[in-house]
Design a binder for this molecule. Structure first.
Ligand SMILES: NC(=O)c1ccc[n+]([C@@H]2O[C@H](COP(=O)([O-])OP(=O)(O)OC[C@H]3O[C@@H](n4cnc5c(N)ncnc54)[C@H](OP(=O)(O)O)[C@@H]3O)[C@@H](O)[C@H]2O)c1
Length: 272
């Protein structure tokens, strides 16, 4: 297998996810000169060059030619069109692995655009990859070989954790990972407003709410305890925390989370 540090990598679409990937790959030891990134707007690519030393381009075919791995990091509705644009170039190099980071778009939809047997991998990343704490769900397509999946996993591990899943699990995983950071952002935003309502200055409320979110996240990730145990541990009889938890439960938080996850999974299916 080719080492991840000596690969030619194309990132088509240097936006939020594309940049997070670049940041992680470069921090993880990939030579920035081996990363070709494209944007339609030249200035966006130049800014990425200044920040990371990568090679900016506006020509998707130029970036994809000779690439070992081509990451598609544009919006879901643009994926198939972009793939059609570079299909001939990719078909000329049978070993190129195509990796889509887009919500919704299936492996089958991408495989249909490329020559039969082309390795395609569908990934659902999330934005904590910006700070090296991402979670990427990797669903291999029909023709992706074990070494292709290992290579994609090795690259994505530079920006966080990686879990290989069945493509049929993808809609649920988007609700639990791809979109989930936004739920925690919304909860934190609401807690800040609640603090302001209790009389705290907004910057003070923000410091406390953000610190609580980060601390709770670290405990969940590092202690190996069930969330229910961690919650019970801080719920003293007739105490302050249980009074707050009762309000959240009576307000239907649990049901809202079920419905939110279902709406997210449904929308992911529709996008495909
Ligand atoms: N953001 C998230 O939380 C998140 C989470 C999981 C998955 N994703 C997936 O990641 C993908 C990218 O999302 P994003 O949030 O990074 O979007 P974004 O910030 O809008 O980035 C997309 C980038 O693609 C470039 N682009 C558009 N058309 C192009 C083309 N034809 N050729 C080359 N570059 C092109 C755009 O730059 P120009 O306009 O200059 O071309 C833009 O910089 C989406 O498919 C999304 O489903 C996002």
């Amino acid at each position: 297998m080719t080492s991840a540090t000596s690969l030619s990598i194309a990132i088509l679409g240097g936006g939020k996810i594309g940049e997070a990937l670049i940041a992680g790959l470069v921090a993880g030891g990939v030579n920035p000169k081996d990363i070709h990134v494209t944007n339609r707007t030249e200035a966006t690519g130049q800014a990425l060059e200044e920040r990371y030393g990568v090679v900016p381009m506006t020509d998707n075919n130029g970036a994809a030619s000779d690439a070992d791995v081509v990451f598609l990091c544009v919006k879901p509705k643009q994926i198939v069109g972009l793939l059609e644009e570079v299909a001939q170039t990719i078909d000329n190099n049978a070993n190129t692995v195509v990796v889509s980071m887009a919500a919704g778009v299936t492996n089958a939809a991408m495989e249909e655009v490329l020559a039969a047997g082309s390795p395609v991998v569908r990934v659902m990343p999330n934005t904590p990859m910006l700070v090296g704490a991402g979670m990427s769900a990797v669903a291999p397509g029909r023709f992706a070989r074990e070494e292709d999946v290992e290579l994609v996993t090795e690259l994505l591990e530079k920006v966080g954790e990686v879990t290989v899943i069945e493509e049929s699990e993808m809609d649920a995983v988007v609700a639990l990972s791809g979109s989930a950071p936004a739920y925690y952002f919304l909860f934190t935003e609401a807690l800040i407003d609640a603090g302001v309502s209790l009389g705290l200055p907004r910057d003070v409320a923000k410091r406390f709410a953000v610190s609580s979110a980060a601390g709770a996240g670290k405990m969940l990730a590092e202690l190996g305890e069930e969330p229910a145990t961690l919650r019970a541990n801080v719920s003293s009889p007739a105490g302050t925390t249980i009074a707050a938890l009762r309000e959240l439960e009576e307000s239907g938080l649990r049901g809202a989370v079920y419905r939110a996850a279902e709406a997210c999974a449904r929308r992911n299916k529709e996008l495909g």
